[in-house]
Design a binder for this molecule. Structure first.
Ligand code: SAM
Length: 247
């Protein structure tokens, strides 16, 4: 799906992943970043994690994202929470972003591990920015059970793009990081992420019947709704995993 379609379909979402506010807050409590610690968020979306953690814990941070639309919302959120002096947002390809080596206490990539060509590559991409003893936060899908063959295709995935939870642990271990903690989405929080988008897309289609992208957007909406109900809700889990490099 093109960036423009994401920007339209997620216009009413503040968190651009299958977490609801309670789960994002729980992740914050678990990580409990120290005041003044530095946070780099790759593919930060609307910057909700960076902004709320800066407000709640006194962290400072940098968010990188491709979308100017999402970054504008992130800057607005920073102003709303009065943390514009602590967080800044940069437009760019997070896969090509070269941060200060060892400059961050927390490096996150939540829901965008394609930036490094998959989970392992993204962990490799994130590690150099991390200071000794710092934490990586990775948001990643997983299969809750073996999916029927039609499921990955309907969800726009290959079967091996993600693993089971145990297989995800294997991937972390192979990448040289230890799994310390995790917060997982559930079908209800998945619904908040997806079903909000159905209504937003439906309204957009009513308001823009003659837009050249309208037929494609109708297809996106139909597929998003059907694949979520048929497969995503049951077979695709999603979580944020708290990781620390081994050794
Ligand atoms: C699923 S959303 C997650 C956003 C945010 N991390 C969150 O959890 O709310 C994926 C984000 O990745 C961004 N994105 C996609 N490809 C990117 C890239 N190569 N570099 C930077 N951002 C990218 C999109 O604009 C979008 O904001």
């Amino acid at each position: 799906m093109s960036l423009r379609f994401h920007e339209i379909s997620e216009a009413r979402n503040r968190i651009l992943n299958p977490f609801d506010q309670a789960k994002l807050d729980l992740l914050g409590e678990i990580v409990s970043p120290a005041a003044g610690s530095r946070h780099l968020d790759l593919a930060c979306g609307k910057g909700e994690m960076l902004c709320t953690w800066a407000a709640r814990y006194g962290t400072t941070g940098v968010g990188v994202d491709l979308s100017e639309v999402f970054l504008a919302a992130a800057r607005e959120r920073a102003a709303e929470l009065r943390v514009t002096d602590r967080v800044r947002f940069e437009q760019g390809d997070a896969g090509a972003y070269r941060p200060e080596p060892g400059g961050y206490d927390v490096v996150s990539c939540v829901g965008a591990t394609w930036i490094g060509g998959g989970l392992t590559g993204t962990i490799e991409l994130m590690r150099p920015a991390l200071r000794e003893g710092g934490l990586l936060l990775v948001g990643e899908p997983y299969w809750t059970e073996e999916p029927p063959p039609a499921a990955p295709e309907a969800l726009g995935l290959a079967r091996d793009d993600c693993a089971t939870l145990e297989g995800t642990l294997d991937r972390f271990e192979a990448a040289g990081v230890e799994l310390l903690e995790m917060v997982l989405a559930d079908p209800d929080s998945w619904d908040r992420y997806m079903a909000t988008q159905w209504w937003t897309m439906s309204d957009w289609l009513r308001e823009h019947p003659d837009d050249p992208d309208a037929p494609a957007m109708r297809g996106v909406l139909d597929r998003a709704r059907r694949s979520h109900l048929a497969y995503q809700r049951r077979y695709l889990g999603w979580g944020v995993f708290v990781l620390r490099p081994v050794g």
